[in-house]
Write a protein of this length. Structure first.
Length: 604
């Protein structure tokens, strides 16, 4: 208890300095005891704190010691608590009560750090966290880290230079480059929305569709006929045919798409981890600073994967999950309401929000997920395959139908003509053939930018390799917002983008492999294992080469170096808490027709 009291006093100064509860920085400082010890002694009131600690700890120590001896000693009057069986029973009861309290009572998931983020005020949220837990968890992650071979692949300066070469485009203006790896003001790209009316703001809606696989999408060449509604939308939008999810789980798809941060080894479930308790360069935060209303709609529980806890900290104002839908067409006891219910509510919300000003919203769907419990009767003839593909095919077709219904309703609304829609899959799913040992069928998703009245109705099919981390810089470019951001992707619409594009992907779970896609090549890397290089095609049927490591060693070496540099820089930046947009960064950006409002402003 005395040690906990001392840590509690020390954390007050830690928070004053870093505006955060105890975290991995503590262990970094412990690695330099002489320097840090001298700094603490000279810069902080050490003696007064020690006196306060002694005044509180000594009476507590002696008081608890006396009480323990009185209660637990054999032969004392009253209940004979010293008896061995009672001690065992009491200890077990105490352990059960502690686990119950630590878990947060009876609920679907245990408490996570994000559950403390209930307020728009950062201090209130930080106050609700447990500094001892965050310190212990950071220590656990440090001891059992899976990322050291990636984090030390090359000198950090070289890794940073290569990463900037991969991500920054000509005309991007680096900001605070000595401290933040990719913070920049993007190059101007006016005129990307030719149908935009001067002075009229553009709403943004990102639709992340559960398991919406490119390998089953007609617009990308699938012969299965499961996506007629999406295919019609693609005929009026900009479709990236070689787009890849960052991971193979919804968790990675959500944070990569909405924060433009990659899926890293050991951080596949980043939104649940302590490292996520820092500011990301998230799309809701960036648009909130521009005066946008923000809303997240989802079929199920936002506690799953800590979605609400994470995004409430990053600019999302409102959340509509399963408990907030009424008079629904269908509600699954596990996954929540159906996609059509989510889209119906979204249309109502967008109509109301548009009357107040510009809005940004995320729709995350769920119906296309095993066990594929769908509303009956289905709004289309049931697909009968006679095998285990039947549920998947009907789930995919229903997700497509619900998307089409949403747009049929949205086109009747006034907000539609001023809204940019981005539609993609959170991830895909496995299938035959898997396409290279990485199983690209699990990552290949459609990526559609859709706004007929803004982009024009002439469809475009682009072969540039795209990744979910490219969504934010592309949206900001389409809006002509030159607000500073630190995205780990690139503006897919930039005229300066001359290469075939690239993507860094990683499967979920305990797999250590990470892959780097560049054009139609993929390099697969795992720690202490020789990389593998393949050439692939996403045609129907797809094709892949044999391992080209020996026949194309120069390409393999260059791709390996770029992959290692990108992953290392991202890992180091995450650990050092340098992945967001600092408050002192210049946040006022110029736009055709005047200046944009911002929640905070400064100078570089």
């Amino acid at each position: 208890l005395g040690g906990l009291l001392l840590l509690g006093l020390a954390e007050a100064e830690f928070y004053r300095e870093f505006q955060a509860r105890f975290n991995g920085l503590v262990y970094e400082y412990l690695g330099h005891p002489v320097i840090v010890g001298g700094m603490i002694w000279d810069g902080y009131p050490v003696l007064p704190y020690l006196l306060i600690w002694a005044a509180a700890a000594l009476p507590l120590f002696f008081g608890i010691g006396w009480l323990s001896r009185r209660l637990l000693a054999e032969g004392t009057p009253g209940p004979r608590l010293g008896r061995f069986p009672l001690r065992i029973a009491g200890g077990l009861l105490l352990a059960v009560l502690m686990v119950f309290a630590i878990r947060g009572g009876i609920q679907n998931e245990p408490l996570r750090w994000g559950d403390a983020f209930f307020s728009q005020h950062a201090f209130a949220n930080h106050l609700a966290c447990n500094g001892f837990f965050t310190l212990a968890r950071s220590g656990w992650d440090k001891i059992y880290s899976k990322q050291e071979s990636w984090a030390k692949a090359m000198p950090k300066e070289k890794a940073l230079a290569l990463t900037r070469e991969m991500v920054l485009l000509p005309g991007d203006e680096p900001l605070q480059a000595g401290e933040y790896p990719l913070l920049r003001r993007p190059a101007p790209t006016p005129g990307l929305l030719p149908g935009r009316k001067p002075g009229r703001p553009v709403n943004v809606v990102v639709i992340l569709m559960e398991s919406f696989s490119g390998r089953f999408t007609g617009a990308l060449g699938s012969p299965d006929g499961l996506t007629p509604d999406f295919d019609r939308l693609a005929d009026q939008g900009v479709l990236f045919e070689r787009a890849f999810s960052s991971g193979t789980h919804t968790h990675q798809g959500v944070y990569s798409s909405l924060t433009s941060f990659p899926n890293l080894p050991g951080y596949e479930y980043l939104m649940k981890m302590m490292e996520a308790n820092q500011e990301f360069s998230s799309l809701p935060m960036l648009l909130d600073r521009q005066g946008y209303q923000t809303l997240f709609l989802y079929n199920g529980l936002f506690s799953w994967d800590n979605k609400e806890g994470f995004f409430r900290q990053h600019g999302m104002e409102r959340f509509i999950g399963t408990e907030k839908y009424e008079n629904v067409a269908f509600r699954d006891p596990v996954w929540g309401v159906s996609d059509q219910d989510v889209y119906h509510r979204a249309n109502e919300e967008f109509r109301a929000m548009a009357e107040k000003g510009p809005f940004f919203s995320v729709i995350l769907t769920l119906s296309n997920h095993a066990p594929f419990n769908l509303p009956e009767p289905l709004p289309f003839p049931r697909i009968v395959t006679g095998d285990d593909r039947e549920g998947r095919h009907n789930g995919m077709r229903y997700a497509d139908w619900a998307l089409g219904e949403f747009f049929r309703q949205a086109r009747q609304e006034d907000y539609f003509r001023d809204t940019l829609f981005v539609v993609t899959g959170d991830h895909a799913f496995g299938g035959n053939p898997p396409i290279t040992p990485m199983g690209l069928s699990r990552f290949h998703v459609p990526l559609l930018f859709y706004a007929p009245s803004l982009l024009g109705e002439t469809p475009r099919r682009l072969q540039t390799v795209a990744n979910q981390v490219d969504i934010i810089p592309s949206i900001l470019a389409l809006l002509d917002l030159r607000t500073p951001h630190q995205s780990w992707g690139r503006n897919l619409f930039s005229p300066a983008l001359k290469d075939e594009g690239h993507a860094v992907i990683k499967p979920s779970g305990g797999e250590d492999q990470v892959a780097y896609i560049e054009g139609d090549y993929i390099l697969i890397q795992a720690p202490r294992v020789k990389p593998e290089l393949y050439r692939f095609s996403l045609d129907f049927p797809p094709r892949e080469s044999a391992n080209l490591l020996r026949s194309e060693p120069e390409r393999a070496a260059r791709m390996e170096e770029r992959l290692q540099a990108f992953v290392e820089t991202a890992l180091v930046s995450l650990r050092n808490r340098k992945i967001g947009v600092p408050a002192e960064a210049p946040l006022v950006a110029e736009q055709e027709g005047g200046a944009l409002s911002a929640a905070a402003a400064g100078t570089n």
